[in-house]
Design a protein around this ligand. Structure first.
Ligand SMILES: *Cc1c(COP(=O)(O)O)cnc(C)c1O
Length: 360
């Protein structure tokens, strides 16, 4: 067996120890005689595992008790609709900051439910930066302010938390949750699909301030009401049991390696390695403004796009896959989530250096 360095943007690399542990426990979880997939979600085995996963996530992110943690399905994409359905709370308008492809999708969906005030946009710069807060035009009467804390496709990340006063801040953290500490108290709601940074597809984590719940739009389906899930401990119907199990193992691994502060240090080291190379290179370049560069998703272009295919082929031969950029932006993209070892980034930089020497 040979594992590759997988630079996929998602579903993405998972920690090898987690996959091994899952393999060991596949037929018999903790002497239950069952695979986790075969367990009742109402049985004591699964409930204890799910409670542990929530407790570990709360500890990792220092989530206050006034916030609910929900394990949902439907992906981050369903949250684009669930957020307005639940958080408009009688208001007619919400503020959105447009920073790229994912913000765009969130805005489009929100428009089904309310007036969207575009508080700021980086469209003028090809979504290569995060607009400074001093340029935002916030509506004091907005139901909430929505941001995309890391644009997975454009590789643009907030390295600061916006100030929104009494208006709740909502963040799509699908591609950077658990990559760094986050001050949950600054947010009304945080959501993230698991398949980028902490688990398999099928699980979406929502962290929401309790006082925001219970005022959904009329005709909101039961399953799209956060309060229903909050009151039922995410067991209103069958939750994505196996995905919760894997995410729980990822949380345990994070805790034992020192938590998100330690993970952040590693992520900075990995990202620095690649950005320093890009900045010194005359063949490769990063399109993103320096202070807004993502630590998780690093797009880059070759001076000669005609060499893209050759670059990808050579990478594959060296065991590095999924480096092709998103179809909407082209070029390359290296996603270096928590589970990407620094050796993977080193191998990529070594290969890029070699490629440049040959072609520049
Ligand atoms: C991947 C992604 C989504 C969409 O996630 P799905 O699980 O496919 O719905 C939304 N927002 C961001 C920032 C993402 O990276």
């Amino acid at each position: 067996m040979k594992r590759v360095f997988n630079f996929s943007a998602g579903p993405a690399v998972l920690p090898e120890e987690v996959l091994k542990r899952a393999a060991e426990e596949m037929l018999d979880w903790h002497a239950s005689g069952m695979c986790v997939m075969e367990m009742s979600h109402r049985g004591k085995e699964f409930i204890s595992m799910c409670e542990q996963a929530e407790a570990d996530l709360r500890e990792l992110l220092d989530i206050p008790s006034s916030y609910k943690v929900l394990f949902l399905q439907g992906g981050a994409t369903l949250q684009f609709g669930m957020v307005p359905m639940n958080l408009l709370r009688g208001k007619k308008s919400a503020d959105y900051v447009h920073t790229g492809e994912w913000a765009k999708k969130a805005i489009k969906e929100a428009k089904i439910f309310c007036n969207v005030n575009l508080a700021a946009s980086s469209e003028d710069g090809g979504f290569s930066y995060v607009p400074e807060q001093s340029k935002w035009k916030l509506n004091p009467d907005a139901a909430y302010v929505h941001i995309t804390s890391n644009e997975t496709i454009g590789g643009v990340e907030y390295h600061w938390v916006p100030e929104t006063g009494k208006v709740p801040l909502v963040a799509d953290m699908s591609s950077n949750l658990l990559s760094r500490p986050v001050d949950v108290r600054r947010y009304g709601l945080i959501y993230a699909g698991a398949q980028k940074n902490f688990g398999p597809a099928g699980l979406t984590v929502v962290i929401v301030r309790e006082d925001l719940l219970g005022q959904t739009l009329p005709a909101t389906p039961t399953m799209l009401d956060y309060k229903v899930h909050a009151d039922a401990g995410s067991m209103s119907n069958t939750p994505p049991t196996y995905a919760i199990y894997i995410a729980g193992l990822v949380f345990q691994g994070l805790k034992s390696m020192g938590g998100v502060a330690q993970m952040e240090k590693l992520n900075i080291a990995k990202a620095d390695l690649l950005y320093q190379f890009l900045d010194g290179s005359r063949f490769f370049r990063s399109p993103v403004r320096r202070q807004d560069r993502s630590r998780m998703n690093i797009p880059f272009t070759l001076a000669d796009a005609a060499k893209d295919e050759e670059f990808l082929k050579g990478a594959k031969q060296r065991g590095m896959v999924q480096l092709k950029g998103h179809r909407s932006v082209g070029g390359m993209r290296a996603s270096i989530y928590n589970a990407m070892p620094i050796e993977g980034v080193r191998a990529l930089v070594d290969y890029m250096r070699e490629f440049e020497a040959k072609h520049a």
